[in-house]
Design a protein around this ligand. Structure first.
Ligand SMILES: [Zn+2]
Length: 143
């Protein structure tokens, strides 16, 4: 069971929908790869990688129904978009990082640069102890 989760490009704010399995947790979307993370291409089995490398504006067809990666043509007005006035989609790379666990401990990326949060009220959901329900809609009062 997968469904689209929305993110935005940290460079220009273009909004993308990505087909995701519900039980995985996202960490961040960044304009650079996190140290220690291994990224898959969006047409690979990225659910088993640490994250996925996307190119802003580049749709990727899914193997089931619909697109695995679908740039919506919308644009986020989030504060942390680097250059909201630039052309969009911008064609630059962005990196969606999943939460990683090593020996049951969540791995934090090296804090050499700030990272952005994911768009909207996406799946901020369960991190291990809350069961497998996953993001079932707008979060807010999930605790
Ligand atoms: Zn962009």
């Amino acid at each position: 069971m997968s469904y689209p989760v929305r993110y935005y490009c940290p460079h220009c704010g273009a909004v993308v929908e990505l087909e995701r399995e519900g039980y995985l947790s996202d960490k961040s979307v960044t304009p650079y790869p996190l140290v220690g993370w291994e990224y898959a291409e969006p047409d690979e089995d990225y659910e088993s990688a640490d994250g996925v490398r996307l190119v802003c504006g580049e749709d990727i067809a899914g193997d089931s129904d619909g697109d695995a990666v679908n740039w919506t043509g919308e644009r986020s007005d989030a504060d942390d978009v680097v250059d909201p006035s630039r052309e969009s989609p911008c064609g630059q790379e962005l990196y969606l990082s999943f939460v990683r666990f090593v020996d049951g401990e969540e791995v934090e990326p090296e804090p050499e640069r700030t990272h952005t949060t994911i768009a909207g009220g996406g799946p901020s959901g369960p991190r291990g102890t809350d069961g497998p329900r996953g993001p079932s809609g707008p979060s807010g009062f999930s605790r």
